[in-house]
Design a protein around this ligand. Structure first.
Ligand code: IPE
Ligand code: IPE
Ligand code: MG
Length: 245
């Protein structure tokens, strides 16, 4: 691992970085390997990116691991991805915990086997006191599904229409405990949201790279942070550098 003291970090590190980890299949195909080899390489990469994110001072990292639409893939791939989720918890939980990573889940667990649901919940419980890095794992996550769930819950709780504000909605989303993402990274060059954080990303900065996820290394994460540091976030206002005379 790189030594943090040797790295020149920009001053305004984003508090919350979200990543659409895309391109595992193409990474594998370009090497003549089966798609699952790409997903496994993607997990290996995730390990080093989590460590780098913590070193760089990112407080919240949200990773898109399985979308509500990914159930449409061939059953063998879906099964493989579920197995990977289970393997990651079995193999990585100890070291994540030792490294101060707090695991959280966004999305719906209901479609998983009860034992696997319990395993995910237990991992969340074990790491709940950690605060070096909050890792939100988006698994069976879809932004539209999240908003539908929020509306249902607001109605079930008897919230009156006039009580519904943007902050009320925010409190009913899966991400209620995290700030909105400052920076969203998408690997593999696709220029679309793919149902990721569609509410929370309203004013996120984007960094899209052609690099396939398994090859997206800590140096490129640093590059994304440097690009982010140069952005001017205006939120609808006019530029601070171009105030009217
Ligand atoms: C991202 O890689 C991982 C998941 C969506 C689970 P892909 O599997 O989408 O890889 P490509 O886009 O086919 O290359
Ligand atoms: C988005 O990637 C989902 C994840 C990275 C988990 P996809 O590969 O599923 O997105 P599309 O289908 O290309 O939009
Ligand atoms: Mg893809």
């Amino acid at each position: 691992m790189t030594n943090a003291s040797e790295i020149k970090l920009p001053e305004n590190i984003p508090e919350h970085v979200a990543i659409i980890m895309d391109g595992n299949g193409r990474w594998a195909r370009s090497r003549g390997l089966p798609r699952m080899a790409g997903h496994r390489a993607g997990v290996d990469n995730l390990r080093r990116i989590i460590e780098a994110a913590a070193e760089y001072g990112i407080k919240y990292l949200t990773i898109y691991a399985f979308s509500t639409e990914n159930w449409k893939r061939p059953p063998a791939e879906v099964k493989g991805l579920i197995n990977i989720l289970e393997d990651v918890i079995d193999r990585e939980l100890k070291s994540l915990d030792e490294n101060g990573v707090q695991l959280r889940h966004i999305g719906r667990l209901e479609q998983l086997r009860p034992e696997l649901q319990a395993k995910v919940k237990q991992a969340i419980k074990i790491t709940e006191e950690n605060d070096r890095l909050i890792l939100n794992v988006a698994w069976n996550y879809g932004g539209r599904d999240e908003i539908v769930c929020a509306i249902r819950e607001m109605i079930a709780d008897g919230i009156e229409p006039e009580e519904i504000t943007e902050s009320t909605v925010g409190r009913y989303l899966f991400t209620s405990e995290s700030p909105d993402p400052d920076l969203i990274i998408r690997t593999s060059g696709e220029m679309r949201v793919s149902n990721f954080l569609i509410w929370q990303g309203a004013y996120s900065e984007w960094y899209v790279t052609k690099t396939y996820w398994p090859d997206f290394d800590p140096e490129e994460l640093l590059e994304a942070l440097n690009v982010y540091a140069q952005r001017e976030r205006r939120y609808g206002r006019i530029s601070g550098k171009a105030l009217p005379r």
